[in-house]
Design a protein around this ligand. Structure first.
Ligand code: AMP
Length: 536
């Protein structure tokens, strides 16, 4: 067989050749819609590569982006790796000092920034001496600082034909840092090969099943694990892409889903909780009949939400698990054929698991001593994974203790595995509640709380306890115009769990604090309410 390298360049060429007229739609900051095509993206990627090369960007150089999801960001996704440089997507929701640390650590040479994010860039750029050039993606005619370069002005004089170099498939293509809430963020370097293999696996019918006929809306930011690989899936298949730009509120997203006839959208549960609440308020307002799959991952999708979308709005959720370190898709909760005829309740149970491994991903779970546990649906241990799109190290060799001697990556997620390989996450290792030596699954309690009609969001966290070491407390956000008492919520949980699992307290909050990628930030809750039971 021919030893043809698996590279992103092929995806770039393929999209223009086979889907020249398929559209890429982006919402601009002023809310208007920008429309382009895969052919234009290819041409502009060529111009961009010429412009970057003239600025001195060469093989292996890091080009950073500080940008929302839009067509120009897609051009960078395709052009930078294809010219042999490395695209580093900066997370614009992090604190400026953290962004500075990450950009310095990666050694970013050029940063390409949205005009609207210039104030953020100004807060950290002086702390990143490696940055030589700032290129601004503008949507207005507002004056620009002399030292900055204008993205469009750079592209305009260049030829669309770029002699894309022959690359080694193991060359670095993209860098993304983990959103770690403890310690310094760690860099994951994706090779061309890993991105291409991930694309192929993600497109499989039993994974996300992306096809040419799809219209894909990545709500997940392009700085969060390559928008879960969806831009590459769309390039490989020639699907239409729809980007929300900076407008991530529920109404803007749903409006885009309806008007562009989106078939597949993807994002974290907190986004979908807001969307479900909006649809519940006014079910007839939007026509979402085009939508065939809403991919939810990044944190556990509560069963009540999966069921709510299905029962009240005829919308199907695809629950998936992944990590920055796994490119990111690892498992997908597909119902296997032998489960097709089980009751609706049992189907929901399967759809609420994190699913089973995607092709080429292997899973196992181990106890504290590193012993591999049986796939019996009850033994709880840390999930480990391996595969050709799983990181084998962090940039700079940090976090070496996350990689086992026999070649597995330790995910930090506490799970059970059943005999069909379905993974169920009970907790993030650092979020487990250990009461009197027994583990209590905060995820299970949250899921049950979110099935209460008055609860919009619930996060269960460990509070220090004088007798039991730790006890669970629930932070709850109530739906607008709904009421529930602490006693009522605990009574709702009582029939479902052993008595010692029930939270010792419920705190009602306006919003559960979020991480930079929109997940519940339990460390903040522990900081704020963790000492509440010490007098107990
Ligand atoms: P990140 O690298 O920021 O994408 O975070 C990865 C972590 O998010 C995983 O290790 C899990 O703890 C969590 N996560 C991702 N997907 C899911 C899911 N479907 N259910 C529960 N937790 C998830």
């Amino acid at each position: 067989m021919m030893n043809v390298p698996l590279t992103i360049t092929h995806l770039l060429e393929r999209s223009a050749r086979y889907a020249p007229r398929r559209e890429i739609v982006s919402r601009r900051p002023d809310r208007s819609l920008h429309r382009t095509t895969w052919r234009d993206v290819h041409e502009r990627a060529g111009r961009l590569a010429h412009a970057l090369a003239k600025l001195g960007v060469g093989p292996g150089d890091r080009v950073a982006t500080l940008a929302w999801n839009h067509a120009r960001h897609l051009e960078l996704y395709l052009a930078v790796p294809s010219m042999g440089a490395v695209l580093h997507t900066l997370n614009l929701r992090l604190h400026p000092t953290e962004i500075a640390y990450i950009a310095r650590h990666a050694g970013d040479k050029v940063v390409v920034v949205d005009e609207t994010l210039l104030p953020l860039l100004a807060k950290f750029i002086e702390h990143v001496p490696s940055i030589e050039q700032v290129i601004v993606m503008r949507d207005t005619a507002a004056p620009m600082a002399d030292k900055h370069l204008d993205y469009e002005a750079l592209l305009a004089p260049e030829s669309p034909a770029y002699p894309w170099p022959a690359l080694d498939e193991n060359d670095a293509a993209m860098i993304c840092y983990t959103s770690g809430t403890t310690g310094n963020p760690k860099g994951v370097v994706y090779s061309h090969r890993s991105c291409v293999l991930h694309t192929l696996v993600a497109c499989m019918t039993d994974t996300l099943g992306v096809s040419e006929s799809d219209t894909v809306l990545p709500v997940v930011p392009m700085f969060h694990a390559n928008a879960w690989g969806l831009p590459f899936c769309a390039a490989a298949t020639g699907a239409k892409l729809v980007f929300p730009g900076p407008h991530l509120d529920a109404a803007s997203i749903v409006d885009l889903m309806a008007s562009e006839k989106v078939t597949l959208a993807a994002g974290v549960p907190t986004i979908w909780l807001g969307i479900l609440a909006l649809l519940d308020q006014d079910p007839a307002r939007f026509d979402l009949s085009s939508v065939r799959s809403m991919v939810i991952g990044g944190a556990a999708a509560p069963p009540a939400m999966i069921q709510g979308f299905r029962a009240r709005h005829k919308l199907e959720v695809t629950h998936a698990w992944g990590m920055t370190e796994t490119n990111p898709l690892g498992t997908v909760a597909r119902i296997k054929s032998h489960l097709e005829n089980v009751s609706e309740e049992d189907r929901l149970k399967v759809r609420s698991t994190q699913g089973y491994a995607a092709a080429f991903v292997e899973t196992r779970h181990v106890d504290d001593a590193g012993k591999v546990l049986p796939w019996d649906g009850v033994s709880m241990g840390e999930l480990e994974v391996r595969g050709p799109f799983v990181a084998s190290a962090y940039l700079g060799g940090e976090g070496a203790d996350r990689f086992t001697a026999d070649g597995w990556f330790k995910t930090g997620d506490v799970v059970t595995l059943d005999d069909e390989g379905y993974v169920r996450i009970t907790d993030r290792a650092k979020d487990v509640v250990k009461s009197g030596g027994e583990w209590i699954s905060s995820v299970a309690l949250e899921n049950a709380l979110m099935s209460h009609h008055a609860v919009l969001e619930a996060a269960v966290f460990a509070a220090k306890h004088p007798k039991w070491d730790e006890r669970p407390i629930a932070a709850v956000v109530l739906k607008p115009d709904h009421a529930a008492t602490r006693e009522e919520l605990i009574a709702h949980l009582a029939p479902l769990f052993p008595k010692f699992w029930l939270p010792d307290d419920v705190v009602f909050v306006a919003q559960v604090p979020r991480t930079s990628t929109g997940k519940f930030l339990k460390s903040k809750l522990r900081e704020e309410y963790g000492d509440r039971l010490l007098g107990a």
